[in-house]
Design a protein around this ligand. Sequence first.
Ligand code: ZN
Length: 89
Amino acid sequence: MTETTIGRVADDVKGRVLRGLALYRARGEEIVARPAGGYSVPSATREDRTYRVCLVSGRCGCEDSLRRTRGACLHVYAATLAEAKGRKA
Ligand SMILES: [Zn+2]
């Protein structure tokens, strides 16, 4: 892996962390623990949409997460923040 590639991956991760933080700040109260496990996290772009996030596996039901082979999507970061803030049901 070249230095340029590492920089690009770091920027990619940073962007998703910041978008996850923005989502948590905007709609954090909508991030709720699901009875079956994991969290329900609202979409950052679609009002009517929520995704199921599993913090144990670090996976999410969104298109970004399904395409991704490593790293987490912004919903996983948002759910991680919600859990850290003690919003567990
Ligand atoms: Zn996601």
